[in-house]
Write a protein that binds this ligand. Structure first.
Ligand code: HMG
Length: 407
């Protein structure tokens, strides 16, 4: 039987620092239960000053390409809404950092959190036309809102690398999908701002409307119904959003009210990683998929998963895939758990110092202090150019004290 294009390998990266949301709530004089139960978030990842979307993406990409012949790569597509240059694609920096061949194209794509899904759909078409080629998608973002704003507890950071090929090992995509696009101002970031502007309550309403509309399109295209899925993944701005969305989908498809046991089975394993990293915009749906495959105790082989991608502004897609037989052999469970568990826990003043760090915008040369615990870092700026480097073993700060020095 002919297999559809899909995911051959997946790798996830998040910076080595995090902040507990109970601690943040106390500092902001909020009830910690609002952040933990109301939003469903426990911790958020915090990038240090020498990490950005390029270094996070490079860290994910080297893992996803472990053992892969990079001569087969047609392109590396970088999806982000925290871009570092108006002209040059962040993909080219990653291409150089991880040593991809010059025959591999590199470009960037944008539509808020949904850019990664547009890249994925483009990649499927490409490898279906040319089954001898692969496409690497990197989705990397830093979710930043103003200090003390309602969006602050939904911040986070992370990157996913997704290798798409005609011979997938983890998940093969169904060709059908449903999409929805509408010009709305629920969330945006003007070029002159470092933080997103958001109409929070409105963004939730539009997310749910886009879910209804793209589901309608998916259902018309595929003929599949709610009962054809055993697991569901959603874009995860905060994990309670997925619960709201899933209950909404159940209602509009005539399932009525779901029980706690339904939510536990359909949804909760996909929320575990995001609960402790926060929103990673373009990466977040795929962090959810990784979390599902790595933490669900059931054998998911042969199961169909529903996927909902939402990008503010807005564009959304409903699509689906089937988990492949040997998926468990392709996972990086220990590596991902270690990365999450070994993060250094920041205090609120330490987090605020990382948050307030800015690279100079007036063109002077600048060198960053070594904080990162990953393999790549932003060394600084020289002659208006960002300088990246691979971290040598001796440069990696081994103790929390060293990693936090000169914060
Ligand atoms: P808020 O207005 O401060 O919070 O901000 P709230 O008052 O709505 O409370 C949140 C929840 O906590 C509510 O639950 C409260 O009841 C509950 P709900 O009623 O909705 O089920 N709560 C409590 N629970 C237990 N104990 C308590 C307690 N107090 C309250 N004591 C908001 C919330 C999400 C609006 C804000 O965090 C925000 O603006 N976040 C950023 C925007 C966002 O994440 N939007 C989501 C949809 S848009 C999207 O997903 C796209 C995006 O990823 C960007 C992109 O595409 O590029 C953002």
């Amino acid at each position: 039987m002919k297999m559809n294009a899909g995911i051959e390998s997946l790798a996830f990266y998040t910076p080595g620092f995090s902040l507990g949301l109970e601690e943040l709530a106390r500092h902001r004089r909020q009830d910690p239960r609002k952040f933990v139960e109301g939003l469903g978030q426990h911790r958020m990842s915090v990038p240090p000053p020498d990490e950005d979307v390029v270094t996070m993406a490079a860290n994910a990409a080297v893992r996803a390409l472990d053992g892969v012949d990079t001569a087969s790569l047609d392109s590396i597509i970088f999806a982000t809404e925290s871009g570092i240059d108006q002209s040059k694609a962040a993909a080219i920096y990653v291409h150089q950092l991880i040593g991809l061949p010059t025959t591999c194209k590199a470009f960037e794509i944008k539509q808020a959190c949904c850019g990664s899904t547009a890249a994925l759909q483009m990649a499927q078409a490409l490898v279906t036309l040319r089954p001898d080629r692969r496409v690497l998608i990197v989705a990397s973002d830093v979710a930043r809102y103003g200090l003390g704003t309602p969006g602050e507890p939904t911040q986070g950071a992370g990157a996913m690398a997704i290798l798409v090929s005609a011979t997938p090992k983890l998940l093969s995509f169904d060709p059908e999908s449903g999409s929805y696009t509408e010009d709305v101002m629920d969330f945006w970031r003007p070029n002159y701002m470092d933080e997103a502007l958001v109409d929070g309550k409105y963004s939730i309403k539009i997310y749910l409307k886009a879910l209804s509309e793209s589901w309608k399109g998916y259902h018309a295209d595929s003929g599949r119904a709610f009962a054809d899925f055993t697991r569901f993944c959603y874009h995860l701005p905060f994990t309670r959003m997925a619960e709201k969305a899933h209950r909404h989908l159940a209602r509009i498809t005539g399932q009525g009210d779901l029980t706690e046991a339904d939510l536990e089975t359909h949804l909760r394993p996909s929320l575990r990683y995001n609960q402790v990293t926060g929103n990673s915009y373009t990466a977040s749906l795929y962090v959810g998929l990784t979390s599902l495959l790595e933490t669900d105790p059931a054998d998911l082989s042969g199961q169909r998963i529903g996927l909902f991608s939402y990008g503010s502004g807005c564009m959304a897609s409903y699509f689906s895939g089937v988990v492949l037989k040997d998926y468990r052999n392709q996972l990086r469970i220990d590596e991902h758990r270690r990365m999450l568990d070994d993060r250094i826990e920041l205090t609120v003043p330490e987090y605020e110092r990382f948050y307030e760090h800015r690279l100079p915008v007036t063109g002077e040369d600048y060198a960053t202090t070594v904080h990162t615990r990953g393999r790549f870092r932003l060394a600084g700026i020289h002659d208006h150019k960002r300088i990246y480097e691979q971290v040598t073993a001796t440069a990696v700060p081994v103790t929390p004290e060293a990693a936090l020095s000169s914060v």
